[in-house]
Design a protein around this ligand. Structure first.
Ligand SMILES: NC(=O)C1=CN([C@@H]2O[C@H](COP(=O)(O)OP(=O)(O)OC[C@H]3O[C@@H](n4cnc5c(N)ncnc54)[C@H](O)[C@@H]3O)[C@@H](O)[C@H]2O)C=CC1
Ligand SMILES: O=C(O)[C@@H]1CCC=N1
Length: 273
């Protein structure tokens, strides 16, 4: 592993997941610094992963070679402003922003200088090493590119995109999409409860089925997903009845429209923040 030090500024759900994935894949805990304003959150990260923690963002900024900006988009301007006013030389630092809806140009503007910046759009399954991260960068060295790729491929699949606009598409396809799957699982779980399964059974039944379905797809890449679905669907049978109902209620269009809403929101945030 590289000997770079990486700091996560604003270690909440997303950075916790990335750090978890990094540790699981063998990154040295001492090369990772996690910051948060909230000491309790830091105590959990330290206890779970043994990484260095601090409530002082500037200490982390000074020590780290790579700084991951991981606060909510609405908090980013305030955070960058506080980093800028600390008078730390940022010219040799590499920044990585995981925030949705803030462009590189805007981040540089917030930091008050043209720092080296990678846009990254990860997702929370990174915690298990099952994440997907989209990456975009211009004007960084091959070594920096390799390091970022090493970090995010340690949490799952990392893929570079050619244009910054593509990061918004990645949000719709992988950044936000764990929530779509959870919503679908919630709907099945809720109906199982009304059919009389208790909470524990309903949860176990839905999660095992989701896991099984995902593993069926992942372990048999030669079989299309629609073929896997067809294999469950007997002609004139029960699955056919359910699937036809979903199709007649425009599931495909609804999902496509939802993904467009996700992209539009990211574009709107780019104007707002
Ligand atoms: N949660 C997700 O599934 C994904 C989130 N993202 C992006 O990741 C970023 C973080 O999202 P989450 O982790 O979900 O949010 P979060 O709210 O769980 O984590 C952010 C943390 O930053 C801390 N914080 C806020 N201001 C701070 C400051 N000035 N100094 C130190 N700590 C500070 C907060 O206490 C909080 O714990 C967002 O920009 C979001 O767009 C990207 C992909 C997926
Ligand atoms: O909901 C959000 O804005 C963030 C970005 C992708 C997932 N969560």
């Amino acid at each position: 592993m590289s000997n770079k030090t990486i700091a996560f500024i604003g270690t909440g759900n997303m950075s916790y997941a990335i750090i978890g994935g990094m540790i699981k894949s063998g990154f040295a805990p001492q090369s990772i610094i996690a910051t948060n304003r909230n000491e309790e959150k830091l105590a959990k990260v330290a206890a779970d992963f043994n990484v260095r923690t601090t409530t002082n963002n500037i200490t982390a900024l000074k020590e780290a070679d790579v700084i991951v900006l991981s606060v909510k988009p609405q908090m980013m301007a305030q955070l960058c402003d506080s980093l800028q006013t600390a008078n730390v030389d940022l010219s040799n630092k590499l920044f990585v922003s995981v925030a949705a809806g803030i462009t590189v140009a805007r981040l540089q503007d917030m930091l008050g200088q043209p720092v080296k910046m990678v846009r990254c759009m990860p997702n929370t399954p990174s915690l298990l090493g099952l994440g997907v991260s989209g990456l975009f960068a211009q004007e960084i060295s091959a070594e920096e590119r390799d390091f970022v790729e090493q970090v995010f491929s340690s949490t799952g699949i990392a893929t570079w995109v050619e244009t910054e606009a593509k990061i918004n598409d990645i949000i719709a396809v992988t950044g936000s999409s764990p929530a779509y799957f959870f919503l679908f699982m919630e709907a099945i779980e809720e109906k199982a409860r009304t059919l009389g399964f208790d909470a524990e059974q309903a949860r176990a039944l839905v999660q095992q089925t989701a896991l099984g379905a995902a593993e069926m797809a992942a372990s048999q890449p030669e079989i299309s997903i629609s073929q896997l679905r067809a294999n469950v669907t007997s002609k004139g049978g029960t699955t056919h009845a359910a699937v036809e109902h979903l199709k007649s209620h425009n599931l495909h269009t609804t999902v496509a429209d939802a993904m467009d809403a996700c992209i539009s929101r990211a574009q709107q945030m780019e104007q707002e923040l």
